[in-house]
Design a protein around this ligand. Structure first.
Ligand SMILES: [Zn+2]
Length: 383
């Protein structure tokens, strides 16, 4: 029985390998339509929110031939099912929205606020239109892993406001405030696990002030949820007006605090307070030193207003990454709802995944947009 099962699984691997190599050899050949929806696989594979990256590919070792080796090899060579390019229209050089949220409340005082109800609407609409959350780290490292046909989206939260996240006591237990961005995300994630639960919180000297819980505990809780913490400077300093030594001080102070709290945690992205910088001192925002603290940012985030090219695109600029403000101005301003409409109108400009994170797949006509330096081990597929 075991041998029969083994034979069957080997046959499956062979068939998959054959289909895969067929799609490699011919750009114009259209692989057969996938008989199963892809979402399920993405849910099973993307459920880990304890901060552990479970990448089965890493497990492949040199023990082929033994039973253990065989099983590992089968896992390691499992390829996503082929997709119909003409139907899915994968475009992994298309644009990605890095959304920027600030404050939440019952009402919206201005464009920097999002009401709880509207945030719930944002999540539902993004989900319905095929957007799926990925982390900032996975975006900048070109490790985008969403199901075929889906578009990655990144959430960022500036200023560490208590309306984004708070821990409260309920029936003697510590729970996430349901009327907070994280509370609303968690409730949505329970119903729609394939949407993902990712976001980076760009904090200052005292995140989530007003909470009864200490800052360290709050940040730890976010990290345990799989969220990230980014640098928004100590003092929310206007870096466009600060001199080089102040810039280095206010960035390094944040790094020092995070290192003090979580020595093993590494996440080096910075959101510019007020979106402000000056050309003459920009290099100090990228890297610098204050006292014994050295820092080097992998990404620097602007304020507003357009989607970002993805990491494989020659125009990808992680050191000045545009963000889209998550507000709704009925097309008057280029914000989230403006670009949701834009991508409905121009679907060919939107990043569409082929469902395989080991490949970079896009229409042949866009090949001049590829940045060959950034593709790493990914296999290029055009159609
Ligand atoms: Zn800010």
């Amino acid at each position: 029985m075991r041998n029969l099962m083994k034979l069957r699984s080997m046959l499956v691997v062979l068939v998959i390998l054959f289909l895969f190599s067929a799609c490699q050899q011919s750009n114009s050949a259209v692989p057969p339509v996938s008989p199963e929806p892809k979402d399920k696989a993405a849910v099973d594979g993307g459920d880990d929110h304890e901060g552990n990256n479970t990448d089965t590919d890493k497990d492949a070792d040199g023990t082929k031939g033994t039973d253990k080796g065989q099983e590992i090899e089968e896992e390691g060579t499992q390829q996503p099912e082929p997709i119909d390019f003409e139907k899915v229209k994968p475009n992994e050089l298309g644009e990605v929205m890095v959304l920027m949220y600030h404050y939440f409340g019952e009402t919206e005082k201005d464009v920097w606020w999002r009401s709880f109800d509207h945030f719930r609407k944002d999540l539902a609409l993004l989900y319905e239109r095929g957007y799926r959350l990925i982390s900032m780290d996975d975006f900048i490292s070109n490790n985008i892993d969403v199901a075929a046909g889906m578009t990655p989206i990144i959430f960022t939260f500036d200023d560490g406001h208590i309306s984004q996240f708070n821990l409260i006591e309920k029936d003697g237990e510590q729970v996430i405030e349901p009327n907070s961005a994280v509370g609303i995300m968690q409730a949505f994630y329970k119903e729609h696990p394939d949407f993902g639960m990712e976001g980076t919180f760009y904090t200052n000297e005292a995140a989530f002030a007003g909470s009864k819980v200490t800052e360290k505990e709050m940040l730890q809780y976010l990290l345990d949820l799989g969220m990230d913490i980014g640098n928004h400077t100590f003092g929310h300093t206007n870096l466009g007006r600060a001199d080089a030594s102040t810039i280095q001080k206010v960035i390094a102070q944040h790094v020092k605090k995070m290192k003090g709290y979580f020595p093993d945690y590494s996440h080096n992205t910075l959101a510019l307070p007020f979106g402000s910088y000056a050309g003459a001192t920009f290099d100090y925002i990228i890297q610098g030193q204050y006292q014994d603290i050295h820092y080097k940012n992998d990404a620097i985030l602007a304020v507003g207003s357009n989607p970002s090219p993805p990491p494989g695109h020659k125009n990808f600029k992680p050191l000045y990454m545009p963000r889209v403000r998550a507000s709704e101005s009925n097309g008057k301003e280029p914000d989230m709802y403006y670009y949701l409409d834009y991508f409905e109108k121009y679907p060919e400009r939107r990043y569409i995944s082929d469902g395989n994170k080991d490949t970079l797949c896009f229409p042949e006509k866009d090949k001049d947009n590829l940045d060959e330096q950034r593709i790493g081990d990914k296999q290029i597929i055009t159609y």
